[in-house]
Design a protein. Structure first.
Lengths: 115, 113
C-alpha cells in the first residue's frame, strides 16, 4: 500500500520566493496534518484538516503561510514570501478520523532551505 | 496544558546493552501516549501506543513501554540494543483539546559496537 507521499523531497530557494509543498495522504484517511521540524523548536503542528476542512491552524507561524486541502487526496502548504527562518523539514501525516486515537502515518518530509 | 518532556537529548549504549529512554507527561485527563521513531532522512513511524488498559505496552522491534500514573512517566525500554536501533525517538501525547499529537523534543539513540 502506498504511504503518505510528499513532494518535493528537497527544495532550495531564495528569500522572497514562493514555495509550495504537496502531500497525498493515504487513501481512506480523512485527517491530514502538517508538521514542521527544526533543531531549535522540534516538531510543531502547523495545521490539520478533517474531511478537507481546516480544524486548527493555530500553529501556522504567520500570514506568509497558507494551507489548502481541495479534495481528500491532496493538500498543499504554501509559503509566500519565504524567509531563511522558514528552513526546516516539513512533514505531512494522515490518519483515519473515525475512532481517532492519535496514530499518525508520516510522509518522508520535504526539506526546505531558504537562502 | 498537556505536554511531554523527554529527559536526555542524546543517549549512547553499547550493542547488547539495555536501552532506556525517558518520557514524562503532564495531563489533566487520562493520557494517550505514544513513542515514535525517526530514522535518518525518513518520516516518523509508530513504535507503540498506550490508550487504556494494560500499562505495559509492547511495540515493534522488541521495544516496550510502561505507563506509570504515579510517576507520570512512559519510559521506553529494550533489553538488548542492536546497531539498527540507532535513530531519534519521540514521545508524544494526544492533546485532547486540539485532537492532535504534541511531541517531545526527541532523544537521539546511538549504539556503539
Amino acid at each position: 500500500d502506498a504511504g503518505v507521499i510528499q513532494s518535493p523531497r528537497h527544495e532550495v530557494t531564495e528569500m522572497g520566493q514562493e514555495v509550495t509543498l504537496r502531500c497525498k495522504p493515504i487513501s481512506g484517511h480523512n485527517s491530514l496534518f502538517w508538521y514542521r521540524q527544526t533543531m531549535m523548536r522540534g516538531l510543531e503542528l502547523l495545521i490539520y484538516f478533517n474531511n478537507n476542512v481546516p480544524i486548527d491552524d493555530s500553529g501556522m507561524p504567520e500570514d506568509r503561510f497558507s494551507a489548502k486541502m481541495p479534495n481528500a487526496s491532496f493538500s498543499t502548504l504554501k509559503i509566500q514570501p519565504s524567509e531563511p527562518r522558514d528552513s526546516a523539514v516539513y512533514f505531512c501525516a494522515s490518519s483515519p478520523m473515525t475512532g481517532y486515537t492519535g496514530e499518525l502515518f508520516f510522509g518522508e518530509g520535504s526539506r526546505l532551505t531558504v537562502l | 496544558a498537556q505536554s511531554v518532556t523527554q529527559l536526555g537529548s542524546h543517549v549512547s549504549v553499547s550493542e547488547g546493552a539495555l536501552v532506556l529512554l525517558r518520557c514524562n507527561y503532564s495531563s489533566s485527563v487520562p493520557p494517550y501516549l505514544f513513542w515514535y521513531v525517526q530514522y535518518p532522512n525518513q518520516g516518523l513511524q509508530l513504535l507503540l501506543k498506550y490508550t487504556t488498559g494494560a500499562t505495559l505496552v509492547k511495540g515493534i522491534n522488541g521495544f516496550e513501554a510502561e505507563f506509570k500514573k504515579s510517576e507520570t512517566s512512559f519510559h521506553l525500554t529494550k533489553p538488548s540494543a542492536h546497531m539498527s536501533d540507532a535513530a531519534e525517538y519521540f514521545c508524544a501525547l494526544l492533546d485532547t483539546g486540539r485532537r492532535a499529537l504534541t511531541f517531545g523534543s526527541g532523544t537521539r539513540l546511538q549504539v556503539q559496537p
